[in-house]
Design a protein around this ligand. Structure first.
Ligand code: LLP
Length: 421
C-alpha cells in the first residue's frame, strides 16, 4: 500500500508504508517533503508580490529537518520559548526573520532572543514590555517590538485553542494599547515595529481574520495621529485544515482576502503571518499497528500501539482525524471501531466510531498528523517517543530515531539512601 493511496495529500511516489515501518517500527510519523513544500508555496505564491514574511509556528512541528526545509524556502519562524529559538538557530533559520510570541517570556529567554537578534517581540503585557526594555538596556541593545492585541473576537473554534477573546490570557486590549505604544515610543531601548494578533487555531472561516485586520487598522490610524508609524501588521496563525472533508478556506483564499483588505486600506504595512497547522498537518501521517481487536457487548475496540502520548489531539480536543487501513481486506466485514491505545486512561483514544476492515497485525494510518502530533507527544506511561521519517520522492530518511528506554531515565538520579548497597 502506498502513501499516495493512503492520503491523497501526501503526494508520495508509491512508497510502501510497510517498508518504512518494517525498518523503523511503529508508532511512526511519516512526513512528505513534496506536500510540505506544496503548502509552503500555496502561501508564499499567494502573497506575492505584496511585502510579507511567513513566520512558521514552530510549535506545530519542531523537528530540525522540517525547520531546515522551511528555512531553505525563506521562512521566518514564530517561536514561543528559548528552546524553540535554539531549534530554529540549530536548523539554520534566521532569527532576524522571526518573531517571539507568548505570555510568559522569562528574563533568560528575552536575553537569548536579544542576543540572537530576534526580528520582533510580540509583547503580551505592560509588565513584559518593561522587562524587555530593562533587558535591552542591560545588553545595550534596541529591542524591536509589536504589541499583540487581544481584539475580543470569537474565532468559533475549540475553547482550548481560542486565544483572541477577553477571557483568554493572551494579548493587550485595544483600550490599553495606545498608552503602551506611547510609553514604548519614549524608550531609547525599544523600537516600535508593528502590531500583532492571533485569534486561535483551526479557524474554518475567513471572517474573524478580516474582522481582526480591520480592527488593527483602526489602531494603526490612531497611532499615526500620535506620530507613531508602524511597519508591520501580524495577523498570527490559525488557518484551519479539513480533517473530515469539511469546507475550509484554502491558503490561497486566505491570502487573497487579507491582501484585498490591506490594499484597500492603503496602509502600506508589511504583512506577517504565523501559520503552523496549515503548513505541516497534511504533510504527515501517524502509522500504528493493530495489537488486538476486542469486543464489549456491541462495542468494538481496535487496540493499537499508538496512544494519547503519541497523538494527544483526540484526547485533549476531542479531535476526529481520518483513520485509514494500510492493508486492504475486502473479504472482511466492515465494523465500527473505537481506535484506542494501550494507555491506562479512557481518554486514550485516537478515533471514535471508525468504519474499518481490519485484523490484528494490520497497520492503520492516522491522516493529517503533521501538525501538533509529534510536537505534543510525551513519555506518559514510560513510553519512548516514536520515530519520525521524511520521504523525499523515493528517498526515505529517519529524521528522529525512536527513543530508547535508557533515554527515559537518563536525567534521573536514584536518591542515595535508596540505593542498594
Ligand atoms: N501564532 C501563535 C501566537 C500561536 O499561538 C499559534 C498556535 C500559531 C501562531 C499557529 O497556529 P496554527 O496556524 O497552527 O493554527 N495544539 C492545538 C493547536 C494549538 C495552537 C496554539 N497556538 C491543536 O492540536 O489543535
Amino acid at each position: 500500500m502506498s502513501l499516495r493511496y493512503i492520503n491523497q495529500h501526501l503526494q508520495l511516489e508509491n512508497i510502501p508504508i510497510a517498508q518504512i515501518v518494517q525498518q523503523y517500527g511503529t508508532p511512526c510519523y511519516i512526513y512528505s517533503k513534496t506536500e510540505l513544500i506544496k503548502q509552503w508555496q500555496a502561501f508564499s505564491e499567494s502573497l506575492m508580490p505584496y511585502p510579507h514574511q511567513i513566520c512558521y509556528a514552530v510549535k506545530a512541528n519542531s523537528n530540525l529537518s522540517i525547520l531546515s526545509l522551511l528555512a531553505k524556502q525563506g521562512a521566518g519562524f514564530d517561536i514561543v520559548s528559548g528552546g524553540e529559538l535554539a531549534r530554529v538557530l540549530k536548523a539554520g533559520g534566521d532569527a532576524k526573520k522571526s518573531v517571539f510570541s507568548g505570555v510568559g517570556k522569562s528574563i533568560d529567554e528575552i536575553t537569548q532572543a536579544l542576543e540572537a537578534d530576534i526580528g520582533c517581540f510580540n509583547v503580551e503585557s505592560h509588565e513584559e514590555l518593561l522587562r524587555i526594555e530593562t533587558q535591552a538596556k542591560v545588553l545595550n541593545r534596541i529591542a524591536p517590538i509589536a504589541l499583540r492585541i487581544n481584539p475580543d473576537i470569537n474565532a468559533n473554534t475549540h475553547p482550548y485553542i481560542t486565544t483572541g477573546t477577553k477571557d483568554n490570557k493572551f494579548g493587550i486590549s485595544e483600550h490599553n494599547a495606545l498608552a503602551l505604544y506611547s510609553l514604548a515610543a519614549q524608550s531609547k531601548h525599544l523600537k516600535i515595529q508593528g502590531i500583532a494578533c492571533h485569534l486561535g487555531s483551526q479557524l474554518n472561516t475567513l471572517q474573524p481574520f478580516l474582522q481582526a485586520i480591520t480592527r488593527l487598522l483602526i489602531l494603526v490610524e490612531q497611532l499615526k495621529e500620535q506620530h507613531i508609524n508602524l511597519q508591520t501588521i501580524n495577523i498570527g496563525g490559525g488557518l484551519g485544515i479539513s480533517y473530515n472533508q469539511e469546507t475550509v478556506p484554502t491558503p490561497q483564499d486566505y491570502c487573497k482576502a487579507m491582501l484585498e483588505t490591506l490594499t484597500q486600506s492603503k496602509c502600506h504595512l508589511r504583512l506577517v503571518i504565523e501559520p503552523g497547522r496549515a503548513l505541516v498537518a497534511k504533510a504527515g501521517i501517524l502509522v500504528t499497528r493493530v495489537e488486538y481487536l476486542k469486543r464489549h457487548a456491541d462495542k468494538h475496540f481496535a487496540i493499537v500501539d499508538a496512544g494519547m502520548n503519541d497523538l494527544l489531539r483526540p484526547a485533549l480536543y476531542q479531535a476526529q482525524q481520518t483513520i485509514k487501513e494500510v492493508d486492504l481486506h475486502p473479504e472482511l466485514n466492515e465494523t465500527i471501531y473505537d481506535v484506542v491505545g494501550p494507555i491506562c486512561e479512557s481518554s486514550d483514544f485516537l478515533g471514535k466510531d471508525k468504519l474499518l476492515r481490519i485484523k490484528p497485525g494490520d497497520y492503520l494510518a492516522i491522516l493529517d498528523s503533521g501538525a501538533y502530533g509529534f510536537s505534543m507527544s510525551s513519555n506518559y506511561n514510560s513510553r519512548p517517543r516514536s520515530a519520525e521519517v521524511l520521504v523525499d520522492n523515493t528517498k526515505i530518511s529517519l529524521i528522529r530515531a525512536r527513543e530508547t528506554i535508557e533515554q527515559l531515565w537518563a536525567n534521573e538520579h536514584v536518591y542515595p539512601s535508596l540505593r542498594v548497597p
